[in-house]
Design a protein around this ligand. Structure first.
Ligand SMILES: Cc1cc2nc3c(=O)[nH]c(=O)nc-3n(C[C@H](O)[C@H](O)[C@H](O)COP(=O)(O)OP(=O)(O)OC[C@H]3O[C@@H](n4cnc5c(N)ncnc54)[C@H](O)[C@@H]3O)c2cc1C
Length: 417
């Protein structure tokens, strides 16, 4: 099955993993990204898994010590900043740009078209035509939709599959270690830290960050603070900027109102360990993302394939979104390389990655049940929605095993490590 042409829509991690993996099995690959330039300046911390590094290694990306920071334990800090719970757990934390940058650099620049926004796809027997906003059209034997949670392709082919708001947002930020006080640095920088105020979860961990100008690696503290936000009475206000404009798909970080930021910092002082509150105060660009999850009942449509966040989005507590994306790409390449026809390969991919995605979304919902339950009256909450056991949270949230191995086995995956 060599010399086939694949059109990959989306130049983020899903698109890059798919593009690399298909090139490795001899496909002619062209990548299309709607943004005008490199995405590396955005993004924050991520958890990693052995399965992610295995795919990167297969692509030929060197796995060196700068790719992540290895941690040995997790702790929970109480309101006074004292350790209330402790759990040994070995885990490597990285940053989105540390994965994106080497994948992008290793992909031939002439094979990527930026400013290329897909508007529609036309399917025909044995091929596809991609239509772009600038009026151009491209033909291929296969089209891979790696265009994220708001996928244009999914919207066209599967309009009923919509992201579902989970009932809470994640406040996030990064603080360079040089901006932290010595006391907070000493308390936080060598481990994975939780704070568990009533109805909320905060986690913080160090990550490597590359300065794009100097190409030097430094380290920063990354935090994620999950807070219930009512979709009707609170979220629209949170997403409204200083001019009164409401950003329905999520407000860009620089547009978040000063009073919203001030209220969040005041809540940090009231609810969190002082070392974490101080870190939040020292964050230059505090921002939030509403949490969604998404399930697609079908992943292939003729010669069109959904992959990565376009196909399934699990809540970030699972900590495996990027690993799932890498495994989607590997499964697609394996199926194409070892099946008699493209149709047979896509049928295999559809069954396998749907099972895996469903399992991951279910795990994310289970881990987030307590946060989601906060919007319900106490009498209507299930046990999982009412009770948050610190040791269980520390053991399961963003844990390095994340069920990836078990879910791969249950999905009958051909890409088990
Ligand atoms: C800039 C950025 C920063 C991120 N930072 C983090 C992070 O810090 N931690 C974390 O866990 N996850 C982060 N993510 C999400 C993470 O990349 C995904 O959850 C996961 O890796 C799946 O990636 P994806 O490529 O499927 O989707 P996405 O990463 O969402 O990428 C989709 C891509 O498709 C492009 N696109 C969308 N529509 C079209 C269209 N019509 N035509 C052409 N291109 C289109 C988008 O511009 C985007 O580049 C980030 C995503 C982005 C884009």
């Amino acid at each position: 099955m060599s010399s086939r042409r694949a059109l990959v829509i989306g130049g983020s991690l899903g698109g890059l993993f798919a593009a690399h993996m298909l090139r490795r099995i001899g496909w002619d690959v062209q990548l299309f990204e709607r943004s005008g330039d490199d995405l590396a300046t955005r993004g924050a911390g991520i958890g990693t898994h052995a399965e992610l590094f295995a795919v990167m290694q297969e692509i030929g990306v060197p796995i060196d010590a700068n790719l992540g920071i290895a941690l040995q334990e997790r702790v929970c800090l109480d309101r006074d900043g004292e350790v209330s719970h402790r759990l040994p757990m070995v885990q490597t934390m990285s940053a989105w740009a540390r994965i994106y940058r080497p994948l992008k650099d290793a992909f031939p620049a002439e094979r990527t078209r930026f400013n290329a926004r897909l508007t529609a796809v036309e399917c025909k027997d044995g091929g596809v035509t991609a239509c772009f906003a600038d009026g151009t059209r491209e033909e291929g034997d296969l089209l891979i939709g790696a265009d994220g949670i708001r996928s244009t392709l999914r919207e066209q082919l599967l309009p009923a599959a919509q992201p579902r708001y989970a009932g809470y947002v994640a406040w996030r930020g990064l603080v360079p270690e040089s901006d932290m006080s010595p006391a907070s640095h000493a308390a936080l920088f060598h481990r994975y830290t939780f704070c568990l105020p009533d109805g909320e979860v905060l986690l913080a961990y160090p990550v490597p960050v590359v300065d794009d100008a100097t190409q030097t690696t430094h380290r920063a503290m990354n935090f994620v603070w999950y807070r219930p936000v009512d979709p009707i009475t609170e979220l629209p206000d949170l997403c409204t900027d200083e001019t009164g404009h409401q950003h329905a798909q999520g407000i860009p970080p620089p547009l978040i109102r000063r009073d919203v930021l001030a209220a969040t910092r005041a809540s940090a002082d009231r609810l969190l360990a002082p070392q974490i509150a101080e870190t939040i105060h020292r964050t230059k660009q505090l921002f939030f993302q509403p949490i969604f999850d998404l399930e697609s009942p079908q992943l292939t449509f003729g010669r069109v394939v959904l992959l990565g966040d376009a196909a399934f989005v699990a809540r970030p507590h699972v900590g495996a979104g990027i690993t799932k994306t890498a495994l989607d790409a590997k499964a697609l390449a394996t199926a194409l390389d070892t099946s008699a026809t493209i149709e047979a390969a896509l049928a295999r991919y559809d069954v396998e990655r749907r099972r895996f995605g469903q399992g991951l979304v279910a795990r994310g919902r289970r881990l987030g049940a307590y946060l989601e339950g906060q919007l319900k009256p106490i009498a209507q909450r299930s046990v999982a929605e009412s009770h948050q056991d610190p040791m269980t949270v520390m053991r399961e949230m963003g844990a390095p095993h994340a069920g990836v191995r078990e879910l791969s086995a249950a999905a009958g995956s051909s890409v088990q490590p």
